[in-house]
Write a protein that binds this ligand. Structure first.
Ligand code: UD1
Length: 417
């Protein structure tokens, strides 16, 4: 298992291109099983989660290869409809194959997906929605067996919560179903819009992506297309955090400003200044951050749960008290005990975290328990006095492309051992 050794307190400077979005790439890769012919995905991040989805595609009989940041997939129907447990467990993104393979072959047999342990992460909304489209689902011995004996048929579906995963499941299952599906209270995340853009380019008819109501008119067949994955707003938020905690001035290249609208306000409250120019964003952080008062994680366009852990690391070093309210996942403070080892003063109770900012964090040996928690600990290490030994780097590799190289280019002192 590799570790990162981070020597803190280096100022960062310069510019960096933001990687493609993991949470777009994963459902889009699953969507390719619905297509005939070749799809070329540009700006597709090189991550272990993406590699895991490509392995699933190969298992299903598709061809998938990478050349630099371009992934090419060729699927002319799937040759099997089961996905073994060891492949399902590699990434949470494997769940997107449920709706996609069901639609492609009328049957799918999978186990529950892996991914970060940030809460119970039930899939009841996925299953209820697929049943509304005509799926018959049986859960036995840890396997989910899903069939569409009379084909999938468009339906009206209302989600009680705008779940990202359930919205994707409906889009994937409904775009080649017979008839029209109307999904209300759909998730509005940019990654949903990216999936809709990809599917529409393949010939699907999905209207309303980015809004709460999606109308999906089923079409007969989809063909592969060329598509550029959107920039990763959570990777951008993580880089902003790294600049914020080190009092640095850096420029992010290749961002979509509107996607960051819900992310910047707490950083602005903390005293960071942002200058937008074309698709670049310059971040200028003060010597010491101010507290952010109250931050709530919310579905898009609110502050994203995926940026909560990095922001908490920034709040830990800010001047004053910050209250974080985690509204999406019930077990997403696993980085707190490790931040405490570095000198942070944070107390959690249920969905609340009370952060009393301290003037300085100190390097320590810490272990990440999930992807975004790993990013939070790395950011804390960047501003801490002394050396931080970060274990659990495999989580970081799920979602951040060339993490230590990117930060080293900006002036950080990070070594992977
Ligand atoms: C996706 C992202 C994850 C991000 C999250 C919220 C991927 C691989 N993961 O996760 O990085 O943090 O969106 O932006 O894209 N829920 C249910 N039943 C369901 C589905 C969800 O109760 O069937 C609940 C969840 O427990 C959670 C909330 O809904 O409390 C949000 O979950 P959801 O939006 O579905 O997140 P994921 O798709 O798991």
């Amino acid at each position: 298992m590799s570790k990162l050794y981070i020597t803190g307190q280096n100022r960062l400077s310069g510019s960096v291109c933001v990687q493609g979005a993991k949470n777009s790439a994963l459902p889009i890769l699953a969507a390719t099983v619905l297509t005939k012919g070749e799809s070329v995905l540009y700006h597709c991040p090189d991550l272990t989660d993406v590699e895991a989805s490509m392995c699933i595609l190969r298992w299903l009989g598709c061809r998938a290869s990478r050349d630099s940041d371009t992934v090419t997939v060729r699927c002319d129907g799937v040759s099997r409809n089961d996905i073994p447990d060891e492949l399902m467990r590699k990434t949470r993104g494997s769940l997107a194959f449920l709706g996609a393979v069901l639609a492609a072959s009328g049957k799918v047999r999978i186990t529950l997906p892996g991914g970060c342990q940030i809460g119970q992460r039930p899939i009841d909304l996925h299953l209820k929605s697929l049943r509304r489209l005509g799926a018959v689902i049986r859960e036995r011995h840890g396997w989910l067996e899903c069939r569409a004996p009379h084909g999938l048929k468009g339906a009206d579906i209302a989600l009680p919560f705008p779940s990202v995963g359930a919205t994707e499941a409906v889009m994937l299952a409904a775009c080649t179903a017979s008839g029209t599906t109307v999904l209300t209270n759909a998730a509005r995340e940019p990654e949903i819009t990216d999936l809709a853009d990809f599917l529409n380019r393949c010939g699907a008819k999905i209207d309303g992506a980015g809004e709460s109501e999606l109308v999906i008119e089923g079409v007969g067949e989809l063909r592969g297309c060329d598509h550029a994955i959107i920039p990763d707003r959570i990777a951008a938020a993580t880089l902003i955090t790294c600049a914020a905690v080190t009092g640095s001035d850096i420029t992010l290249k290749g961002v979509i400003h509107s996607h960051l609208a819900g992310i910047l306000p707490p950083f602005e409250d903390a005293g960071c200044r942002f200058t937008a120019h074309k698709n670049e964003l310059r971040v200028s952080a003060p010597q010491r951050l101010r507290s952010m008062k109250i931050v709530r994680t919310m579905p898009y366009p609110g502050f994203p749960t995926d940026a909560q852990a990095p922001l908490l690391a920034a709040a830990a070093t800010a001047d004053g008290t910050t209250v974080m309210i985690e509204n999406i996942f019930e077990n997403r403070y696993r980085h707190v005990s490790e931040l405490t080892r570095m000198g942070a003063d944070i107390k959690t109770e249920g969905k609340f975290a009370l952060v009393e900012g301290v003037p300085r964090l100190y390097g320590a040996s810490v272990e990440a328990a999930d992807l975004r928690g790993a990013a939070a600990l790395a950011a804390a290490g960047l501003c801490a006095e002394g050396k931080t030994e970060l274990c659990g780097v495999q989580y970081l590799d799920r979602g951040y492309e060339r993490f230590e190289q990117v930060l080293t280019e900006l002036g950080a002192d990070i070594v992977r051992v």
